[in-house]
Ligand binder design. Structure first.
Ligand SMILES: C[S@@+](CC[C@H](N)C(=O)[O-])C[C@H]1O[C@@H](n2cnc3c(N)ncnc32)[C@H](O)[C@@H]1O
Length: 295
């Protein structure tokens, strides 16, 4: 992908990423974390994983590191924790490249591309490898490579927990669907496919993890359906995703000639979506795939 569509987005020869990494995106990631925590009922680690056995955790594509920072507050304070974040870009790390847990434990953040094998000191070291919302940076075939590298980080029988949303993120509980919503979804799907990305990430993760190397595979989907308490925060989340994702998507699909035109179109769609959500509930489906390393 080249040209004006990608001007403000991160792309090198061997890496692709649909989102920006500026201050607004950093704020969006941190707000998103709080929305997802509310959706999951505060379970940062899936209830099927025994929390007491989790002392060493790596978070891949960690962004601002907020998941690890919050996890440190939630894990039992029995033994020293070994928490490590990795991301292909340090842009959203704090300047020191480390965070601190509630007992002042260091949580180092390191630059590493999930498509490359991890340094030997990290191999076989972790009880849990966590991945959340990496889809905007992965081509269809990259899922297998990320999984292989993630598996190598795990101790035997260690857990992987991979969380993604799919293209239904823009749906609401009203039928027939608002034409603006159909248009938004189609534009995002088209742009992601044009970039070689997968708009159906949870299915893709499940498909790839089922091919071998893992056991006790399960997938659970958390939905906003019926969660009237989440209406405002869910609407805001979708609006923020639209602003972050739809602007580049419209340029990639050619539906907007430049950034200004894309932003104007997105603003109009956002207004329509917000009005629609006064009487409709956004139906975000957030899927978690959990599995154990099989040796
Ligand atoms: C949408 S953000 C999610 C951040 C974090 N996981 C969270 O849930 O708050 C995706 C992150 O994945 C990172 N990323 C994209 N491609 C990557 C790759 N190949 N290897 C490692 N990180 C990657 C981006 O830099 C970004 O920080």
């Amino acid at each position: 992908m080249s040209g004006p569509a990608m001007e403000n987005h991160s792309l090198s020869e061997d890496s692709i990423y649909l989102l920006s990494r500026d201050a607004a995106e950093t704020e969006r990631l941190n707000k998103q974390h709080h929305f997802l925590t509310a959706l999951l009922g505060s379970n940062l680690i899936h209830p099927s994983i025994p929390k007491n056995s989790i002392l060493a955790v790596a978070d891949l594509g960690t962004g601002t590191g907020i998941w690890l920072e919050e996890l440190a507050k939630n894990l039992p304070a029995v033994s020293p924790l070994d928490l490590q974040g990795f991301d292909i870009s340090p842009s959203q790390f704090p300047p020191s490249h480390e965070l601190h847990g509630p007992r002042n434990e260091r949580i180092p953040l390191a630059v590493h591309d999930s498509l490359k094998p991890y340094p030997s000191e990290h191999q076989g070291r972790y009880d849990l490898v966590h991945i959340r919302l990496l889809t905007a940076g992965l081509k269809r075939d990259d899922y297998a490579t990320v999984l292989k590298n993630a598996r190598d980080l795990l101790k035997p029988h260690g857990y992987i927990q991979w969380e993604e949303v799919d293209e239904t993120a823009f749906c609401t509980d009203k039928v027939p669907e608002l034409p603006a919503i159909t248009q938004i979804r189609q534009s995002v799907i088209k742009a992601m496919l044009a970039m070689g990305l997968s708009p159906f990430a949870p299915k893709r993760v499940h498909e790839e993890i089922s091919k071998g190397g893992f056991e006790n595979i399960r997938c659970e989907t958390y939905t906003v359906a019926g969660r009237e308490d989440l209406r405002q925060v869910a609407t805001k989340w979708v609006v923020n995703v639209m602003q972050a994702l739809l602007t580049p998507a419209l340029m990639i699909t050619g539906e907007a000639k430049n950034k200004d035109e894309a932003e104007d179109k997105v603003e109009a769609l956002v207004d329509e979506f917000e009005m629609h959500c006064e009487n409709a509930l956004p139906l975000i489906n957030f899927s978690i795939v959990v599995a154990q390393r099989l040796d």
